[in-house]
Design a protein around this ligand. Structure first.
Ligand SMILES: Nc1nc2c(ncn2[C@@H]2O[C@H](COP(=O)(O)OP(=O)(O)OP(=O)(O)O)[C@@H](O)[C@H]2O)c(=O)[nH]1
Ligand SMILES: [Mg+2]
Ligand SMILES: [Zn+2]
Length: 306
């Protein structure tokens, strides 16, 4: 049977790299469904799939091989549909900008929690350091310090003006998902690392500082040294998965660590007696992190009534 690796997904057609080294445009066989996942895309970039050439010259994707992991984004609108950003990844790199546009800590924390849920190592790359005012530079320092202290590697760059070749080392030999809000510079970083213009970038509309959503589909790029980088369309928000309330704290490393000292093992850190976490909010646990934790707890509440 023919097997291939999905390297590009535009929705209707899917680019698959075959064992022979060719990229074939394929279509998903109509009745293909992946058990247990309700998503808008049954096949995602990074998937290994089986192929079946048809008599009319087209090729069908007939099945998706079991996934090692996947990163899913639940749409923030009411449809509650999910979209798989990528599958079978080794690590995720989140691009964050302090300004132009501003990435919220809720967004960062939801992304990190999603990575934790799938045991995908995450790194945070702060971009556009060239644009920072002194106050924003201080904010950058604070956030870098915060996330490093929790255990996430961070770095701060200007993808546009710095020499980012050193950053390449982080990506060699691994499949990395590049994610972040629209306009934070994912495609720019990718281009800078490859030293060639592989994907389009766009100017941010200065009126709103919002991105233009230049990248409209996910695509995987091979590194000459080995490994893959996956450019994804900018994400607005990160809905989280159907987590049990008691589970949410597991995906915030520092809350999880401290939570072991709570009197009740299923403590939600919302005012229960003997809670070890709540008294530390604003001290060893950042208020922004706890606020993100609470926002996901809220979601968990919501899913309960779905
Ligand atoms: N000043 C400055 N501008 C940057 C930097 N990195 C990217 N940009 C600009 O920011 C804009 C958006 O960059 P993109 O690379 O298209 O952003 P993206 O994250 O791929 O956006 P989507 O594809 O919409 O998700 C472009 O005008 C880039 O030139 C940087 O380090 N400094
Ligand atoms: Mg892009
Ligand atoms: Zn507690």
């Amino acid at each position: 049977m023919n097997e291939g690796l999905v390297i590009k997904s535009t929705g209707s057609t899917i680019g698959v790299l075959t064992a022979a080294g060719a990229v074939v445009d394929c279509r998903v066989k109509g009745n293909l469904r992946i058990a247990g996942i309700r998503s808008t895309n049954p096949v995602a970039v990074g998937d290994k799939v089986t192929l079946e050439p048809q008599a009319d010259g087209t090729t069908w994707i007939t099945s998706v091989l079991p996934r090692r992991n996947y990163i899913i984004r639940r749409s923030t609108n009411l449809s509650k549909q999910s979209h798989i950003l990528a599958a079978n990844i080794d690590q995720a790199a989140l691009l964050v900008t302090i300004s132009h546009p501003q990435t919220s800590t809720t967004f960062i924390d939801r992304f990190l929690a999603t990575c934790e849920a799938y045991s995908v190592p995450a790194i945070i790359i702060f971009n556009k350091t060239d644009l920072l005012t002194p106050e924003e530079r201080q904010r950058l320092d604070e956030l870098q310090h915060l996330y490093e202290s929790i255990g996430y590697p961070t770095c701060a760059i200007s993808a546009k003006y710095d020499d980012v070749q050193a950053l390449k080392q982080v990506f060699i030999g691994k499949t990395t998902l590049l994610s972040g809000n629209s306009g934070v510079g994912k495609s720019t970083l990718l281009n800078a690392i490859f030293g060639a213009t592989l994907t389009r970038t766009a100017d941010i509309s200065s009126a709103h500082d919002t991105g233009m959503h230049t990248t409209t589909f996910s695509e995987m790029y091979p590194l000459p040294e080995g490994g893959w980088l996956i450019d994804t369309p900018g994400v607005k928000g990160f809905g989280t998965l159907d987590m049990q309330k008691e589970e949410v704290g597991h995906y915030f490393r520092e809350i999880f660590a401290l939570g072991r000292q709570c009197r009740y093992s299923n403590c939600l850190h919302c005012g229960e007696p003997g809670c070890a976490v709540l008294p530390e909010v604003g001290l060893s646990i950042a208020e922004s992190r706890f606020a993100s934790y609470l926002s996901i707890l809220d979601d968990a509440d919501e899913t309960k009534y779905r």
